[in-house]
Design a protein around this ligand. Sequence first.
Ligand code: NAD
Length: 340
Amino acid sequence: MIKVAVNGYGTIGKRVADAVSVQKDMEITGVSKTRPSSEALVANKRGYPLYIADLSKKPDFETAGIKVAGSVEEMIQKCDVVVDATPGGIGKKNRELYEKYGKKAIWQGGEDHEVAGFSFNSSCNYKEAVGRQFTRVVSCNTTGLCRIINAVDQKYGVKKVRATMIRRGADPGDPKRGPIDAIVLNPVTIPSHHGPDVQTVLPGINIVTTAIIVPTTFMHVHVVQMDLEKPATKEKIIEIIEAHPRIGLIRKGLGITSTAEIKEFASDLLRPRSDVWESCIFEDSVSVSDENELYLFQAIHQEADVVVENVDAIRAMAGEVKDPEVSIRMTNEALGFKAI
Ligand code: NAD
């Protein structure tokens, strides 16, 4: 069993812990919080040993009825791989601790590529992660872009990509961020950072991206256009989507034309926390012009798509499973899902 610690048991960390705990070849040996919270209490209830960054705060946790197993430093010593899911910018400060104990570590997309020197997406570069000490799982948006761009590139060759990210304003459980009533250009400058981030995984791809933020919480939507090298058709692109274990096809006949309906669909499927681990491409949006330009809309559940990527990254770095298809299948099956 691969012993996994999750440093930063928040939106991403709690989902990674639950996904790890159902895998046959890995177990959670600890999770960490900085302050007492309902999430910390749930960690206790799930049976995950809870560690804290500052042991002087232990009485605050105990007052809230939350058991503390020890310090984050102790947690790191007991694991094989640490998944750092602390807020963006904090993770890089933890690298010294992971180096001190010679541990393997995975960071998230809120950190720069340089924190690990290697950026990961299981469908694109799993084999390069096998046995590595440090890896960064790219952001939710970059994960969604990499999945479809690489899949199309393998079959038809992608000359260039132009994509706009329509981003959610905040995660559903976060009452502090917005906007509440605005469409925010984020950034107002063009291009956005998402294109260069895709190139950390797919260096050969010519891509320009733009991004805006809107008052919604559940998902992002991408408007994607790709110029292809070889002639393709709508039907052939749909075959690629159907064959991909992490891309779902929102079929025309379902009548789904919004993120709200995808959320309801995920709830009805009894997905934990309504999580949508796969990118969702709307069948009706897929079109290929006479000039061989591919267009599509895809919806990305920001809290979920990177979770399965973290599980594969753990497995690759541990080194036993060298084939991406095997790892992806193991991860998906343990979670009980097939791309919709
Ligand atoms: P979050 O704020 O929900 O959770 C972070 C957790 O880290 C909190 O539980 C907090 O208690 C803990 N923490 C804070 N400081 C800490 C410290 N010094 N030591 C240990 N724990 C500490 O954040 P999140 O949304 O889960 O984001 C985590 C990372 O994942 C970021 O890099 C972010 O960019 C990335 N990410 C987030 C999303 C998303 O939609 N939320 C999507 C993809 C990637």
